[in-house]
Design a protein around this ligand. Structure first.
Ligand code: FAD
Length: 648
């Protein structure tokens, strides 16, 4: 596992000591030459960074054909075909992900050049599209930015980066106005003003929403604008495999990304001066998650392999109230992602009961149902364990029928589809993995320690959320950082150049069709089984309530499972540079699961979303972000870039 775990100060941007975990799980002071540079917005990288990325620039055939595929507003977009038929596309900006972060950024940088939006499924398929509650921002005169800052910091268990919080809360209202100008339509009250909802952890009404389908409306508006923009080209069903990087002195530089077309299995290389990683979260390291199937942590794993710094991965948010299918009158067939019952149901007066219809939240927290998510999730977890039950009940049926139906039409329809009328009966709910507060460590402009690589949205760790995300702050964070990454990206494009022939610097990944259908099917089947095994290890040992012994057991079991899976693959003719969607997702899931477990083991306290029975209290000395530095011990396939493989 390629991690050195550092503890830093509460600010993300300061110089800090570095600790490297030794094999016994203890922290040992080491690698003191590895620092995060102390300038405010910049993460610099010292010269120790691995040289595994060095590439032999003369080993690969040069580009043969340059042909023009599209006309763009500013010049032409070039596509280049190698002798072996493989294709390279050149853009000014590459965006990986078509959720709120990627699309918002794409629309802005498109004013300055050509943009490729690469997305692994249909363009709308993203967590954004499923967001129900809304976006938080101070838009009411009775509210204030200071209130929003305070609520965010309290929810984040005082681990938030104060400067980031201030920036996000201050810039939020303007970002919402821009979104409305782009075409997003939000609910208004009778007075003609935006109808601002209130959610758990917020001291004021400040959630902008479109019924309980806010994300769908945002995604619709952004996609519509993107499709109208002649400078933005959306490449759907393109799965990003690995970032293309080189080492320039002590700097790692990103030049683009390799992708595989998920339907044609064609490998396509994208080259550009700037890449924005906006690939969302990692919910599918757990068996039950509200995240769509695209959320397999690809961006975090790619960035980690590319030597980017990763932070705060122990803080996995479990949403307390996903629909518990087994409690529905007509149980649906197995779903790939759990259906979310938004926080706004509790905000609107929903009450949580156990199966004996005893209200339990007031016994855990004085804020009762309006307590932050981690408190509610742990309380439900405790009830379920104590009572040996599979779900609890969330009741909103005491509210006027019309109000319930107009506020939660999507939830009402989904429940009714399975025989439950939420205006008459309580909703069966259970916690599910929902949001990753950690990710690729970003400065205030979305910059990473990899030159030319920016991050925004759930893949990023900006320091906003600290140890726990305040409801509806993630869409806001994505909007703010997508916008903040624009100017530095443009500056970077203006000062850097794409070298002609860059495409040939790295060996091409190969599609595994050469293995033949029978072998390939065997590999895919085994990979699916392994995925389920990994998910159940994560649920059982790295869930809502943790302990050192369980985390250590998880670490061991994951290591064994990964080794066993790799061995299976390579014994069946798989090669290190081979790429298939299932296998690539699997290696990313392994990589992220390892990052979560390592981070969780290094935090010797309970704070926010990380609760461990061995250290049940908050420790002031531990009020530091967890920082994972890449190491040179790239011992597994999941931690090595494909092009960093030994070339035979
Ligand atoms: C059910 C649900 C409800 C939520 N409700 C709210 C809410 O009310 N308010 C709030 O603030 N937050 C909410 N969240 C969280 C919020 O929706 C997400 O954090 C946010 O939408 C993330 O946006 P994003 O642009 O970073 O990523 P996403 O919207 O997830 O988009 C990621 C994109 O990256 C693409 N991608 C991923 N991997 C690859 C790859 N290897 N190659 C190519 N493309 C790739 C995906 O296909 C997708 O297009 C909710 C989340 C869920 C799941």
């Amino acid at each position: 596992m390629a991690t050195g775990i550092a503890s830093g100060c509460g600010q993300l941007h300061l110089r800090k000591p570095v600790y490297l975990r030794n094999s016994y799980g203890n922290k040992a002071h080491s690698h003191s030459n590895v620092i995060l540079n102390g300038t405010q917005n910049q993460i610099a990288w010292s010269s120790w960074v691995s040289n595994v990325l060095r590439v032999n620039r003369s080993s690969y055939p040069q580009c043969q054909v340059i042909k023009t595929n599209w006309k763009s507003r500013r010049g032409t977009i070039k596509s280049c075909q190698q002798r072996d038929g493989s294709v390279t596309r050149y853009f000014d900006f590459i965006v990986i992900g078509s959720g709120i972060a990627g699309l918002r950024y794409a629309l802005e940088v498109a004013k300055h050049g050509t943009v490729a939006v690469i997305t692994k499924d249909e363009p709308h398929e993203s967590s954004t599209n499923y967001a129900q509650g809304g976006v938080s921002a101070v838009l009411c005169p009775l509210d204030s930015v200071e209130n929003h800052i305070q609520d965010t910091i309290v929810a984040g268990a005082y681990l938030c980066d104060k400067e980031t919080v201030k920036v996000v809360c201050t810039e939020g209202p303007e970002r919402i106005r821009e979104l409305i100008a782009i075409g997003a339509s939000f609910d208004h009250g009778e007075d003609g003003n935006l109808d601002l909802a209130r959610e758990g952890g917020h001291s004021h009404h400040r959630i902008v929403h479109a019924a309980d389908m806010t994300g769908r409306e945002i995604e619709r508006a952004l996609l519509e604008a993107v499709f109208k923009n002649p400078n933005v080209h959306v490449f759907q069903h393109h799965f990003a495999i690995d970032l293309l990087t080189t080492q320039d002195g002590s700097d790692i530089v990103c030049h683009g990304v390799d992708t595989i077309h998920t339907e044609t299995k064609e490998v396509i290389r994208f080259i550009s001066k700037v890449t924005l990683l906006a690939s969302g979260g990692v919910g599918h390291i757990y068996p039950s998650t509200t995240n769509p199937t695209v959320a397999t942590g690809d961006g975090m794993a790619m960035a980690h392999r590319a030597q980017a710094v990763i932070s705060n991965m122990e803080f996995v948010q479990f949403h307390p109230t996903a629909l518990a299918d087994e409690g529905l009158p007509n149980i649906p067939s197995a779903r790939e992602n759990a259906f979310l019952i938004t926080e706004a149901v509790r905000g609107d007066g929903g009450i949580l009961y156990n199966l004996d219809m005893e209200r339990f939240m007031p016994t855990y927290d004085e804020r009762a149902e309006l307590a932050p998510r981690d408190v509610v999730a742990r309380s439900i977890d405790d009830q379920l364990k104590k009572r040996g039950e599979k779900y609890v009940l969330l009741d909103i049926s005491h509210k006027p029928r019309e109000k319930v139906l107009s506020h939660f039409p999507n939830i009402a329809a989904e429940c009714l589809r399975h025989g439950l009328d939420i205006t008459q009966q309580p909703i069966p709910v259970v916690p599910a993995a929902h949001y990753m507060c950690g990710g690729v460590r970003a400065g205030l402009e979305g910059e990473t320690n990899v030159q030319g690589l920016y991050v925004a949205g759930e893949v990023a760790c900006t320091g906003l959320h600290g140890a726990n995300r305040l409801a509806s702050n993630s869409l806001l964070e994505a909007l703010v950082f997508a916008r903040r990454a624009v100017q530095p990206s443009i500056d970077h494009v203006n000062v850097s150049r794409i070298e002609h022939g860059a495409s040939s610097w790295w060996p091409r990944p190969i599609a595994p069709m050469v293995l033949g259908e029978t072998i390939l099917n065997k590999v895919i089947c085994r990979t699916r089984e392994v995925r389920k095994e990994l998910q159940s290890i994560m649920w059982e040992y790295v869930g809502i309530v943790r302990s050192t012994s369980r985390l250590t057991a998880a670490e061991k079991r994951i290591r064994e499972l990964e080794l066993e899976w790799e061995t299976y693959l390579f014994q069946h003719g798989w090669e290190p540079t081979m790429v298939g969607v299932e296998a690539c997702e699997m290696r990313n899931l392994f990589c992220c699961a390892n990052l979560v477990v390592s981070s969780a083991l290094s935090r010797q306290e309970s704070r926010g979303l990380h609760y461990t029975t061995d250290f049940p209290h908050v420790e002031e000395s531990e009020r530091l972000p967890t920082v994972i530095f890449p190491s040179q011990r790239n011992s597994t396939w999941s931690t090595r870039q494909l092009h960093a493989q030994p070339i035979s």
